[in-house]
Structures are given as structure tokens and as C-alpha cells.
Design a protein around this ligand. Structure first.
Ligand SMILES: [Zn+2]
Length: 119
């Protein structure tokens, strides 16, 4: 169990630094938001192609951000389960999640059987 906690905490740190590189945490909404282009840069834009490129960049960051955020949520969830002592149980059938599965993905929420059912 301890090794998973360590793994999860390391991944959490990694995710948070990745999040911080493309966005910032908005304390008002308690949510991560993608970093907009700086105003300075925006004034340099001359043709529409550039504007489209920048919009794509922003969208790319936004979607990357939501993927990372979802992953961070799963990890925080797993960490809270470790705290309450219910870590490692399948959320669907309640059986123990296979150890090999947790080795690959410590934030797995379901056992292999249920995962296959979901898909
Ligand atoms: Zn299950």
C-alpha cells in the first residue's frame, strides 16, 4: 500500500508542475485555467493565420489542461481512499483490485473484470 501512496504522490507532483506550465490555478473558481497569450504578444499579431494559430494553441492548452486535471482528480481520489483505508477495492463490485493492475495504474478504480464490462 505504501508504495502506491508514494507513486501517487510523485505523480501528483508531476501533474501539478505540468498544470502550472500551461495554466494557472484560479482561486476564485477553485479550478485550473489555461494561460492566455500575453497582451504583449497579441499586439505583434498581424495576419489572421497567426490569430488562428494562437487560438489553436489556447484550445490545445485548455484540452491538455482538462486531461491533466481529470488525472489529478483521480489521484487525489485514490489518495483519499488510502487515508480512509478503502484503497484498492473495486468501486463497482467491491472486490480487491488486482495488484498487477494497481502496479500499472495506482489510481485504478475498478477491478479488471469490471473494467472490461465498462468498456
Ligand atoms: Zn469489480
Amino acid at each position: 500500500m505504501e508504495k502506491y501512496q508514494k507513486q501517487l504522490e510523485e505523480e501528483k507532483k508531476l501533474l501539478e508542475s505540468e498544470l502550472a506550465s500551461i495554466g494557472k490555478f484560479d482561486k476564485k473558481t477553485n479550478d485550473w485555467v489555461a494561460m492566455p497569450e500575453s497582451e504583449e504578444k497579441a499586439q505583434d499579431v498581424e495576419d489572421e493565420g497567426d490569430i488562428a494559430d494562437r487560438a489553436e494553441d489556447y484550445e490545445g492548452r485548455s484540452s491538455a489542461l482538462s486531461v491533466l486535471e481529470k488525472r489529478l482528480e483521480d489521484i487525489n481520489h485514490a489518495l483519499s481512499l488510502i487515508e480512509t483505508g478503502s484503497y484498492g477495492n473495486c468501486e463497482i463490485c467491491g472486490n480487491k483490485i488486482e495488484e498487477e493492475r494497481l502496479d500499472v495504474n495506482p489510481s485504478a478504480k475498478t477491478c479488471e473484470t469490471c473494467m472490461n464490462k465498462v468498456i
